[in-house]
Design a protein around this ligand. Structure first.
Ligand SMILES: Cc1cc2nc3c(=O)[nH]c(=O)nc-3n(C[C@H](O)[C@H](O)[C@H](O)COP(=O)(O)OP(=O)(O)OC[C@H]3O[C@@H](n4cnc5c(N)ncnc54)[C@H](O)[C@@H]3O)c2cc1C
Length: 583
């Protein structure tokens, strides 16, 4: 499956479909093209397969599947469409979300029937704007089934490892279910059994592998896609390889020049090139234009998104779309230097900031955001607030009880082992709020007032400043076990008090190449560039920069990968006239 370019004849090779970028979207596009009988080359310029998808939660939002029918039989595609219309409006072309909704169920069914990609529904994972008509509490968000990485054989070594800080005990992956069991290890027999099984498997893995082989979340999705590709046998994978040129004439895209180390080859492409390079996030020029003031070091995504493939497309007349709520999707992140000198970027998705006993304040010590809102809106709120009062970094504050129960960022629950985090400044601590405020350079009276108001809201259950905990989505991120009237608000009452600095981190591109409903890249004249497709974060988000629900980048990535691969496979390349837009 792995291709060394120098093994192709000097005059080059010939493929039906070439996919650029081997993350979730690219692997899926290659898989669907292979299933359609095409000869496929998958080109990846890093040493790993998986991109940000391998680092991700792997949550996949696709309404209307059989899984959805099992946990939420009342839900319909019409309701999902109503929700998206309400949430997105004119920020993105409604025809694109219709195409996604219509194709989604069949795409999941095809993957599950013909490949090793399998999902299960989350029992509860609400849409993020859960007070909008059409939203649901469950059924639309799917989770990839855990995967046994040992099945990959030698290919396990090319699967991008997860974010180290998301693993425990030297590379053991854990998902939400595992975390819940591990936290109850001492108090529940089923949790003890589950945890023991995990630990024994991990101990046995570490005798032969550099990390755990029980893969969950995004790593499981990528593992399953890669395994399916390897079993299909029709797809070649060129790692550390980049396209330096796309050849194109009035009949469309028909060739590429590829470079791998010192080797360079011309490739004839019969049906199409699918761009799946993950977006612009590490392209300094586009970042400066689209994300001014946001440092690249705050991005928790994989390192490969140089934007180089999009530059090639722009050379053919493609353009980035406009009109989104935001050019990127966001999460608050905290930063820490690892022992090897690299920087850990930890996204605060759901384990801490929305929980009772946690508060977020700006540099003055005042609250500015509903801590339990979605990570996307939280990231946007930081940037908005920063225009009037320094809020980058913002400070996530908690008391000793909350730290013990939930941990904070890279600090694990339990309240032990804090010294290294205090020593390198990741964590700040004070025996009083005034002492903590002094260490953070903020006004002690403002911080004390923010905490006092929070503690009153904890007692009443009503946050009259930011309406924390008022929606089903927010409540799902809270913790009812603390017995507070509002599961998202608890008092900060037990010293010492702690703080971690938060920055807005871009977790993926929302602005991408403009496409039509077949994922064909459109030129400046609004017509498709024949034979050129964009999927995943290379494609302008159909959500218009609104984070509507869990899994809204990977869901559309898989669905449009199928749409693009199918269209490319069936394209009549004898017609020399340009394809016209079909809606
Ligand atoms: C920690 C984290 C958790 C997340 N969790 C979720 C989640 O649960 N659900 C969800 O929907 N979204 C989630 N996201 C966002 C999501 O992971 C990404 O939006 C999505 O994975 C992007 O998929 P992709 O295939 O477009 O890009 P990627 O998976 O990043 O793949 C792109 C690939 O293309 C390669 N590439 C780039 N340029 C070139 C080039 N010129 N030539 C060849 N190869 C190239 C890259 O190296 C990379 O391997 C999360 C993000 C983060 C950071």
């Amino acid at each position: 499956m792995l291709l060394q370019l120098e093994n192709l004849p000097a005059q080059g090779g010939e493929y039906d479909v070439v996919v650029i970028g081997a993350g979730g979207a690219g692997l899926a596009a290659a898989l669907f093209a292979g299933l359609a009988g095409q000869k496929v080359l998958l080109v990846e310029h890093t040493e790993y397969v998986g991109g940000t998808t391998a680092l991700s939660g792997g949550t996949t939002w696709i309404p209307g599947t059989l899984h959805s029918a099992r946990v939420n039989p009342q839900d319909t595609l019409a309701e999902a469409a109503r929700y998206l219309d309400n949430a997105i409006g004119e920020r993105a072309d409604p025809a694109l979300r219709q195409a996604f909704l219509q194709a989604g169920p069949a795409v999941v069914a095809a993957l599950e029937a013909a490949t090793e990609v399998k999902f299960r529904p989350y029992p509860k994972h609400p849409d993020y704007i859960s007070d909008l008509p059409g939203s649901t509490l469950n059924g639309r968000a799917l989770e990839p089934l855990p995967f046994d990485g040992r099945l990959l054989g030698k290919l396990f070594a090319v699967l991008r490892p997860p974010i180290p800080e998301f693993t425990v005990l030297g590379g053991m992956m854990v998902d939400r279910t595992d975390i819940n069991h591990l936290l109850k290890l001492k108090s529940s027999l089923p949790s003890f059994r589950h945890s023991l099984k995990l630990l024994l498997r991990h101990a046995s893995d570490r005798l032969s592998y550099p990390r755990g082989t029980r893969l969950v979340m995004g790593n499981a999705l990528v593992g399953r896609l890669l395994y399916s590709l390897s079993k299909l046998g029709k797809v070649q994978l060129a790692l550390r390889t980049q396209a330096s040129d796309i050849q194109h004439d009035e009949g469309g895209v028909h060739g590429l020049t590829l470079r791998q180390g010192k080797a360079s080859r011309s490739i004839k492409v019969n049906q199409g090139v699918i761009l799946a390079s993950g977006g612009f996030n590490r392209d300094p020029e586009q970042r400066a234009r689209l994300l001014p003031g946001i440092e690249m070091d705050w991005c928790p995504g994989a390192p490969g998104h140089t934007g180089q493939a999009q530059q090639l497309a722009r050379g053919l007349g493609a353009k980035l779309a406009e009109g989104s709520l935001s050019p990127a999707f966001w999460a608050p992140v905290s930063l820490r230097r690892r022992a090897d000198g690299s920087q850990a970027v930890f996204p605060h998705f759901m384990l801490d900031r929305a929980k009772p006993g946690m508060l977020t304040v700006n540099a003055k010590g005042a609250r500015f955001v509903n801590e339990s809102t979605s990570y996307h809106l939280f990231g946007l709120a930081m940037q908005e607030a920063n225009r009037s009062t320094p809020s980058i970094p913002a400070y996530l504050i908690c008391d000793a009880a909350a730290l013990r129960q939930y941990g904070m960022g890279m600090v694990r629950p339990g309240g032990k082992g804090l010294e290294p985090f205090l020593a390198d400044g990741y964590l700040s601590a004070g025996n009083t709020l005034a002492e903590l405020a002094g260490k953070l350079g903020m006004d002690p009276a403002t911080l004390e007032d923010s905490v006092a108001r929070n503690n009153r809201y904890a007692a009443s259950g009503v946050d009259s400043d930011f309406h924390r905990g008022e929606t089903a989505y927010q409540q799902n991120m809270g913790d009812p076990s603390r017995g507070q009237p509002n599961p998202n608000i608890g008092p900060l009452a037990e010293a010492p008090y702690y703080a971690v600095r938060l920055y807005p981190g871009d977790i993926g591109a929302a602005t991408g190449l403009q496409t039509d409903t077949q994922a064909r890249v459109l030129g400046r004249d609004g017509q498709p560039i024949a034979g050129l497709y964009a999927v995943g974060n290379d494609m302008h988000s159909i959500m218009g920069g609104v984070y509507t629900a869990p899994g809204i980048t990977i869901g559309p990535a898989l669905v449009f990968a199928s749409i693009a691969a199918t269209h490319a496979s069936q394209r009549n390349t004898r017609a020399l006239t340009r394809d016209t837009v079909t809606q």
